[in-house]
Design a protein around this ligand. Structure first.
Ligand code: NAD
Ligand code: TYD
Length: 331
């Protein structure tokens, strides 16, 4: 099958491209990516030179570029997004533009081209905070920050393209991912970067917010399970069943690096901070998927990966420096 992967040079995208090449004989991949601060051709490594991979630099908000990139493809995996909550709080425009308008452009081109399978990657954050509950796929979308609101809009538009036009859209709502190549604005790689430099780790609020940690390899297998065996028009949660308070994750990072807990520094909380994400996963389990990566082993291996790829970590961090300086100035 020939796939268009939008956002294929980002964290999840580059892992997915590798996964497709290694696990799907006959797959070829065209990547459409704007190479924002979050994306880099370096993330693709040897895959960038693979004859089965074609790279097109372009913006998903550019209707003509998207149409051209999609021509000849049978499947679409739509990952391109402004993916960071803090950036969307600092300024919501980029998230609204890429996540909502961009998704509309990708859906519209898919309809014109007659795509056979369209996987829209949404997020567990569209449900809002899971206080005392675990959401199933029928829970209302009650997003609470600009990132998750823009993703909720995109999720709803994707569903509308199935209902209105019959575009065979499948929607996934994955939990927090972790693993190699995650951009160091997200908790795990950012805190590895800072801990390695003996800098304070800015923990928002009391650090007791709960996230469900999904290894990116488990996520890749889940995406393909849904793309290949899911029902068009349906949404599928991708939980990891690894819910941890942030402080537990942070202590594990410090322990793996041999750094002291005195680096933990409590700072002003994120506005509208969702205290917990939690989902049920029966629909995906019925497709035969189970998470395979153990939380502690997977997290420790990821921390080591960042520590062993210092050049990558530093070059990636440098691309986002202007934002970090402003966001963390008073934190
Ligand atoms: P990322 O920020 O690491 O990568 C995003 C990629 O999209 C980058 O390569 C970037 O260059 C590209 N991009 C951004 N704007 C673009 C535009 N206008 N046109 C074309 N390309 C553009 O993100 P990620 O963590 O890999 O997330 C991928 C998807 O998965 C996103 O849709 C995100 O909402 C979703 N998701 C991520 C997580 C997570 O924990 N990382 C969890 C749930 C859902
Ligand atoms: P993040 O990696 O930004 O993912 P998301 O907000 O999409 O879940 O954050 C994960 C958790 O870590 C979240 O509860 C916010 C917290 N966090 C901090 O405490 N300090 C930080 O500097 C960052 C980036 C995150």
């Amino acid at each position: 099958m020939k796939y268009l992967v939008t956002g294929g040079c980002g964290f999840i995208g580059c892992n997915l491209v590798r996964f497709l090449l290694e696990n799907r004989a006959g797959a070829s991949v065209r990547i459409l990516d704007a190479l924002t601060y979050a994306g880099s051709l370096d993330n693709l490594g040897a895959a960038a030179e693979d004859a089965r991979v074609e790279f097109i630099q372009g913006d998903i908000c550019d209707a003509e570029a998207v149409r051209r990139a999609m021509g000849g493809c049978e499947g679409v995996i739509h990952l391109a997004a402004e993916s960071h909550v803090d950036r969307s709080i600092f300024g919501a425009e980029a998230a609204v533009r890429t996540n909502f308008e961009g998704t509309f452009r990708v859906l519209e081109a898919a309809r014109e081209v007659g795509i056979e399978r369209f996987l829209h990657v949404s997020t567990d954050e569209v449900y809002g905070a899971a206080e005392g509950v675990s959401f199933d796929e029928n829970a209302p979308l009650l997003a609470r920050n600009p990132y998750s609101a823009s993703k909720a809009g995109a999720d709803t538009m994707a569903r509308a393209y199935w209902i209105t036009y019959g575009l065979p859209v499948l929607i996934t709502r994955p939990a927090n991912n972790y693993g190699p190549y995650q951009y160091p604005e997200k908790l795990v790689p950012l805190f590895v970067y800072k801990a390695l430099r003996d800098e304070p780790l800015p923990v928002y609020g009391d650090g007791m917010q709960v996230r469900d940690w999904l290894h990116v390899d488990d996520h890749c297998r889940a995406m393909l399970a849904v793309l290949e065996r899911g029902e068009p028009g349906e949404a599928y949660n991708i939980p990891a069943h690894n819910e941890r308070p942030n402080l537990q994750t942070i202590r594990l990072i410090l322990h793996e690096l041999g750094k002291p807990e005195s680096l933990i520094t409590y700072v002003e909380d994120r506005p509208g901070h969702d205290v917990r994400y939690s989902m049920t996963g029966e629909k995906l389990a019925a497709l035969g998927w189970r998470p395979e990566v153990d939380w502690e082993a997977g997290m420790r291996a990821s921390v080591r990966w960042f520590a062993e790829h210092l050049d990558w970590l530093e070059a990636s961090y440098a691309r986002g420096k202007a934002f970090f300086e402003q966001w963390y100035r008073n934190r």
